[in-house]
Design a protein around this ligand. Structure first.
Ligand SMILES: Nc1ncnc2c1ncn2[C@@H]1O[C@H](COP(=O)(O)OP(=O)(O)O)[C@@H](O)[C@H]1O
Ligand SMILES: [Mg+2]
Length: 373
């Protein structure tokens, strides 16, 4: 992540935090890298002056910051401090080390099926906690996901975005990635947790493809495609494509819940991780010991997903052929050595007994010859 020097007009201190660098500048304001006296690093976002003067924005912002405080678990960058009454409201979240998903894909190419599913499972689980706190993210996309060493973290909650056409224009220009907005957001209709599921589907498709499933183009073109066209998922691994397609359903009711999504992605991540790369010998033993029937289709899976899941399971099975029973019974190196030792021992006992008998017989014969005639 590129950090930029502070500009002349940037504050040097906000609340208890000293500011060091600019991390980014977006629709709501500027984000700075800061630290407190104890050295705790934060990402501190200072709201734009024009939004700061908007009373409706301020009260919505206050409501949503208090909702963000209620989010449980470690899926988001934790809120550290905020001042909603300041002339320019600000809030600070724990600094997350690691690139955004966007930068990661840009620099190193798309993620594998296993990586995509693992990141997706963690994000879906994170969204369960977000939605339980009564918050809808509204702006989930690759640049708003940071890949920390401890797992992906969701940042940049569309904390104060309102729904409605005026905001849409604002989001369209400010966010700059309309290929990740749900159709109902584009239409200015109600935003619900299902809208985040759509955005997560588009984000995971981006991770697996290295491109948005709605391609590239001007904001207008992208928004049109999101509402009217089917996503392009050619090239998305077959284990993931059917599930991502349901996330990208135009109708929010047809999308899976975040809980269903998380479970399904965990399943896919586990299966794919076992399939790639070539497992070591120890893993092969573990795999053959584990039960490996094709995964059953779960209730939320789209029609055909179960079959595809089974096919993926079979493929995984083919990659790791179970050794034939005979081979599995074949003694290992040390067992073979033990068997050879026992054979040698038996031979020695046999020779010893035979020699002893012969010597005894010989002595008896000799004594017999010497006896009185
Ligand atoms: N908690 C954080 N930890 C580390 N970097 C962050 C954090 N929050 C934001 N950033 C950085 O600042 C950039 C902009 O922040 P973001 O909240 O996405 O605002 P916006 O997209 O509105 O500019 C992000 O892309 C990221 O590089
Ligand atoms: Mg952002």
């Amino acid at each position: 992540m590129a950090m930029m020097r502070l500009r002349r007009e940037d504050p040097r201190v906000v609340g208890a935090f000293r500011l060091h660098r600019r991390l980014g500048a977006g629709g709501m304001g500027v984000v700075y890298l800061g630290s407190d006296r104890r050295g705790q690093r934060v990402a501190l976002k200072v709201i734009r002056p024009d939004l700061s003067e908007d009373q409706e924005f301020r009260s919505r912002f206050a409501r949503e910051v208090s909702a963000a405080r209620r989010i449980r678990g470690g899926c988001t960058a934790r809120l550290v401090a905020a001042d909603l009454e300041a002339s320019r409201p600000w809030f600070a979240t724990q600094y997350v080390p690691g690139p955004s998903l966007h930068d990661r894909v840009l620099e190193h190419g798309q993620l594998s099926a296993a990586e995509t599913a693992a990141v997706g499972a963690a994000l879906a689980e994170g969204l369960v906690a977000v939605h339980e706190a009564g918050v809808v993210h509204r702006d989930l996309k690759p640049s708003n996901i940071l890949l920390s060493p401890k797992g992906p973290r969701i940042i940049d909650f569309g904390i104060a975005w309102s729904t409605g056409a005026s905001t849409l224009t604002h989001v369209g220009t400010a966010v700059g990635s309309p290929g990740f907005l749900a159709p109902e957001q584009v239409r200015g209709q109600g935003v619900t947790p299902a809208s985040d599921v759509f955005s997560l589907g588009a984000t995971l498709a981006y991770a697996a493809l290295g491109d948005s499933p709605f391609g590239q183009g001007s904001s207008e073109v992208m928004l049109y495609r999101v509402v009217h066209e089917e996503p392009q998922l050619d090239g998305v691994p077959s284990a993931l494509a059917p599930l991502l397609r349901t996330c990208l359903a135009k109708s929010p009711e047809e999308r899976p819940s975040t809980m269903q999504l998380s479970l399904r992605l965990k399943e896919i991540a586990a299966r794919e991780a076992r399939g790639v790369p070539q497992p070591t010998r120890r893993q092969r033993v573990a795999v053959s010991a584990a039960e490996r029937p094709p995964a059953p289709a779960v209730a939320d899976a789209p029609a055909g997903a179960g079959e595809r899941g089974a096919a993926a399971g079979e493929r995984a099975g083919r990659r790791r052929p179970r050794p034939p029973a005979q081979a599995r019974r074949r003694p290992t190196g040390s067992a073979a050595r033990r068997a050879a030792d026992q054979r040698l021992l038996r031979q020695r006992v046999f020779v010893f007994v035979t020699v002893t008998l012969l010597v005894t017989l010989g002595i008896s014969l000799a004594q017999g010859c010497q006896g009185p005639l």
